[in-house]
Design a protein around this ligand. Structure first.
Ligand SMILES: *[C@@H]1O[C@H](CO)[C@@H](O)[C@H](O)[C@H]1NC(C)=O
Ligand SMILES: *[C@@H]1O[C@H](CO)[C@@H](O)[C@H](O)[C@H]1NC(C)=O
Length: 357
């Protein structure tokens, strides 16, 4: 449920891995010279001159939830310490991270703004809306049973919230500008970890009813329908995050990792099967939705690489992470900035001016 790695490291991995192996399926690499100063800033993204990302809209689970669950009656919350211990001087905002979440880093890297606000935040201002919000809800998933078990926001409701957002946007900036924003926004979706990690593992009827590929198929159908609904509302630039290597999550190591707490193979195999099917479906979606730009982020290998190269990624607390007994303790922190930054290909794909005009 909680990200076992902080958003910061994941983004570095996105950047680093896309350099070498083209892990994203719409890879369009452009090497950026190594930076001495390793601070994220807009200058690192080579934006095509006449195009930009006006806004980021995030859907799905805890990887992108920036505080929506604070306003729900659910156990899936992160508005207490140690969450947020490195966020704005130690503020637990409901982000499932010690600091920012991945969705926050995306908006920062794209030069949109510093944080992605939670749509349900009652203090959200009209001027926050045109640059994007998060509809994501920790604990949610593609399987309709997943959000039910934790009483969090199901994807179909996130879509409804998105539609409400569009009407508000029309009022705030006018219809023409709103249409432009909706079309040019980057849509981030991460929503399968809890299906595999919680529902398929702990709700026996799912495993009895569905074998692994049948369950993966159910999830992929949901993902595909979700993308089609976004598309109908005007979305064109959609980024799907695959299932990470959930077998390496602390809880999976305890259940399935033996005495040494290695990564649980069973969980990882299931995630891989799903990811392959999701990638295939994305290809189909791309060709069936004109002018769409739909990407797959290989979160699985990103997380694996981070775990393998903990030192390189400055995972100073990796050991503590893997030994913690609760997935809620999946916190990490970085103290030192990583050494290399090469490409921003995933992001660059979405700021390309050759699509979705
Ligand atoms: C940007 O747009 C302007 C006006 O539409 C055009 O004249 C210019 O050549 C464009 N620049 C690039 C780099 O495409
Ligand atoms: C999984 O279930 C589906 C449909 O219920 C079936 O067609 C398929 O053969 C099963 N696969 C395996 C490996 O058992």
């Amino acid at each position: 449920m909680a990200p076992a790695v902080s958003a910061f490291q994941v983004l570095f991995a996105v950047i680093q891995l896309t350099t070498t192996s083209g892990l994203t399926s719409c890879h369009r690499s452009e090497v950026i010279k190594e930076k001495k100063k390793n601070k994220f800033s807009e200058t690192m993204v080579h934006k095509p001159k006449n195009d930009s990302v006006p806004s980021v809209l995030a859907f799905g689970d805890s990887f992108f939830d920036t505080g929506n669950n604070n306003y729900l009656k659910t156990a899936a919350k992160a508005n207490f310490p140690p969450y947020g211990k490195d966020f704005m001087g130690g503020k637990a905002t409901g982000r499932f991270s010690n600091g920012k979440t991945i969705s926050d880093y995306f908006v920062e890297i794209l030069g949109v703004k510093e944080y992605l606000p939670a749509y349900l935040d009652p203090y959200i201002q009209d001027e926050d809306l045109p640059t994007g919000v998060s509809f994501a809800s920790a604990g949610s998933g593609y399987d309709p049973l997943t959000p039910m078990s934790l009483n969090v926001i199901p994807l179909f409701l996130q879509l409804e919230l998105f539609k409400g957002y569009i009407s508000k946007l029309n009022t705030i900036v006018g219809e023409k500008a709103a249409n432009h924003i909706i079309r040019k926004s980057v849509y981030l979706i991460s929503a399968s970890s809890n299906d595999w990690g919680i529902t398929y593992t702990s709700v026996p009827i799912r495993r009895l009813e569905y074998n692994v590929s049948a369950y993966a198929n159910l999830l992929v159908n949901q993902a595909s329908n979700f993308a089609k609904e976004l598309y109908k509302s005007g979305a064109r630039r959609i980024v799907f995050w695959g299932t990470p290597s959930i077998g390496c999550w602390p809880l999976a190591r305890i259940i399935d990792g033996g005495g040494l707490r290695v990564c649980g193979e069973k969980f990882n195999e299931e995630a891989k099967i799903f990811n392959i099917m999701l990638k295939r479906r994305i290809k189909i979606l791309r060709s069936s939705l004109p002018q769409s730009r739909i990407c797959y982020v290989d979160y699985f290998n990103i997380v694996l690489a981070i775990l393998k190269n903990a030192r390189e990624y400055v995972f100073l607390e990796i050991q503590a992470l893997c030994e913690s007994r609760s997935i809620h303790k999946g916190m990490t922190r970085y103290d030192e900035e990583p050494k290399t930054l090469r490409t921003m290909s995933v992001l660059e794909d979405f700021i390309s001016d050759s699509y979705g005009t």
